[in-house]
Structures are given as C-alpha cells and as structure tokens.
Design a protein around this ligand. Structure first.
Ligand code: KG4
Ligand code: ZN
Length: 333
C-alpha cells in the first residue's frame, strides 16, 4: 500500500503544503510566496511573515487536497518543518500540522528543514549512497556525508555568513533589489571577472567563510566611491560569483575524492545558481561523479521536499506528539 504524506513548510516566507506519495512522487503542491510583500522592506520581516502564514495556511491546505482530488482520509501521516527557521513562522505550520494530526488521528512526523532540502533530490532521482550533500541556502552552508538514508554527518560548513546571506548582502551593496541572490546570479552572466577579490578560506578544511569576501566587496565599492568612481555592478557580480563557485566547487570535489564518494547532491536556494550549476556539472563530468541538482522549483523552499524527507522519517518511525515545539536552530539529525 502506498504512503501519502501531507507536508507543511512555513519556516520563512513561503506558505507551502504538498502531498507526496512514497517519498518520490509529487501528487500536488501549493506554494504561496510572500516575496512581493517583503520586497518592499528589502528583506523578510518576521512579524509580517507569520501573520501572512496565519491568513493563508488553511486555504493552502485545502487547495493542495483539492488539486490532488484527495481528502484527509487518504493521508497516511502529516510531516512538518519544526526548524530551523523563523520561530513565529514555524509555529503557524506546526499548529496547523498538530491540529490536523489531532483531529484526523494521523501520525505527526517532525522534519528538519535541511533534511527537506537534501531530500528534494529524491523527487528527481532516488538517492544513491554513500553521497555528499552540499547544502547552500540563505541560512546554511554545509557539506554533509550520508552513508545511508537519514544519516547525516557534517564534514564542515560556514564559519560566519551562509552563502545565500552573502549574496543578499553583496546585492544590497551593488544596488541590486531584493531578492538579491537570483539577480546577482543573472547579472554575473553579463559581466566579467575584473575585480581583485580574495578566494575565501582556501585551506585544507571543509569549512567556508564568506564574511571576508563580502567585506572585500564593500571595501572596494567604498574606495571607488571615495575616488569619485562607480563600480560596474555586472563585473562585481561576476567577480564575486566566481570566487564563491570556485571555493564551493573546490572543497566539495576534495571531499568527494578524499572520502571516495561518487554521488553528489546539491540542495537549498543557492543550488538555483546558474554559475555554480555550470561549474559543478563540468567538474563532476570530468571526475565521473553522479551529480543531482534539483529543478529550480525544488531548490527554494517548498513543502514537496518536506514530504519527501517526511516519508523516510516516517518509515524510520520518527514521530512527534502534540508537545512538538518550533526550533530557530537545531543540529541536522
Ligand atoms: O533555501 P532558501 O529558499 O531559503 C532558506 O532556507 O534560506 O534559500 C534562499 C537563499 C537566498 O539567500 C537567496 O538569495 C538565495 O537562496 N538564492 C540564490 C539564487 N536563488 C536563490 N543565490 C544565488 N544564486 C541564485 N540563483
Ligand atoms: Zn530553505
């Protein structure tokens, strides 16, 4: 018999609900993005995000079931992102999930947001182990080793800013409107790598650091301004993107080689980055590594990925009761 997971994701500014069959089949997904509202403020405003989740969550759940032509009777279990993320936003999804689990007497399965990003790949192709996952989002930059389903060993990660965060900050400095990451990526493709920026934390560890690179961009922009010059935004975007993709690719490839792993998956919002996709595709072809990068719609926050991860968590017997609380930060496990 098939397992149908109804998944809820509200960790940031997307209200999303999805129904996933057997961890790999997307039956229906609804994503209500609040991006346009937050764009007026240049970033996500937590209070507004949680209020909008409250206004929309019931409608999004109903629409997801209607689109799937299903009722709650067809659902096996409810999966929900409990963290990490914005507490106020997480709580809305959590309350909705607990209410459904209680009323319809369904198992409640807690899902870590990053496990969701990783398992987005299972919607593209069944994961093959052992694998290395490069998780890059607005809040995370992690290299994770997985020897089997739901086993996460962190090899390294950022010591300061997450890569998406660095993108968003650099965007502001070069006058690119919110959301910065995708627009800097687009701009980078029309520019040239002309600025002398450092390759950050080019050492033997699996850690990353993006705050120095971000500061180097800020200093360059200020210095040029003081001289009465303007920087060329597309060239700055290209130079910044080149450093970021170089170091991410270099350390990821080294991890694959040193651990003798042949499967690489990339996850999180920054996996949508065209420059990085090109770079990794080329290197993986050269080194005979199987690379999976999800379609862009599965890279950014969505509930389909929570449903995919939720299926494996459900199969492993992971359950929560109604005391499940939201966590702003939590180790991936
Ligand atoms: O995974 P995600 O949707 O939310 C978090 O869990 O953080 O990632 C959002 C982050 C933002 O920082 C956004 O600027 C970045 O991913 N991002 C990109 C691109 N698309 C989204 N960064 C670089 N290039 C892109 N194409
Ligand atoms: Zn995310």
């Amino acid at each position: 018999m098939s397992t149908y997971i109804l998944a809820i994701e509200t960790s940031c500014d997307e209200t999303s609900v999805s129904i996933i069959k057997d961890g790999c089949d997307e039956i229906s997904t609804v994503i209500l993005s609040q991006m346009d509202v937050h764009a007026n403020y240049g970033g996500v405003v937590p209070e507004i995000a949680s209020r909008m989740h409250i206004e929309n969550i019931t409608m999004v759940i109903e629409e997801t079931l209607t689109k799937a032509n299903m009722t709650m009777d067809d659902i096996t279990a409810i999966a929900v992102t409990y963290g990490p993320g914005l507490i106020g936003s997480l709580l809305i999804g959590l309350m909705a999930a607990k209410t459904l689990a209680f009323i319809y007497d369904k198992p409640l399965v807690p899902v870590h947001h990053i496990a969701g990003h990783i398992y987005a790949n299972n919607l593209v192709k069944q994961l093959e182990f052992p694998l290395i996952a490069l998780v890059i989002s607005g809040g995370h930059t992690d290299l994770v080793y997985m020897k089997e389903d739901y086993s996460f060993e962190r090899l390294g990660g950022t010591l300061d800013d997450a890569v998406g965060e660095a993108y968003d900050k650099v965007a502001r400095v070069i006058n690119v409107p919110y959301p910065g990451g995708p627009l800097v990526d687009k701009l980078a493709h029309t520019g040239k790598d002309t600025y002398n920026l450092p390759l950050p934390l080019d050492d033997d560890s699996y850690n990353f650091s993006f705050s120095g690179l971000k500061s180097a961009v800020i200093n360059l922009v200020h210095n040029e301004k003081q001289k009465g010059n303007e920087i060329i935004p597309e060239n700055m975007a290209a130079s910044f993107q080149n450093r970021v993709t170089t170091i991410l690719t270099k350390k990821t490839l080294r991890a694959l080689k040193e651990l003798n792993v042949k499967n690489l998956i990339v996850a999180g919002g920054v996996a949508a980055n065209k420059g990085l996709r090109e770079r990794l595709t080329e290197e993986c072809q050269k080194n005979k590594i199987n690379l999976i990068i999800p379609e862009i719609k599965y890279c950014t926050d969505n509930a389909a990925m929570i449903g995919a991860a939720g299926y494996f968590a459900y199969k492993l017997g992971r359950r929560a009761d109604l005391s499940l609380n939201a966590k702003a930060s939590d180790k991936l496990h």
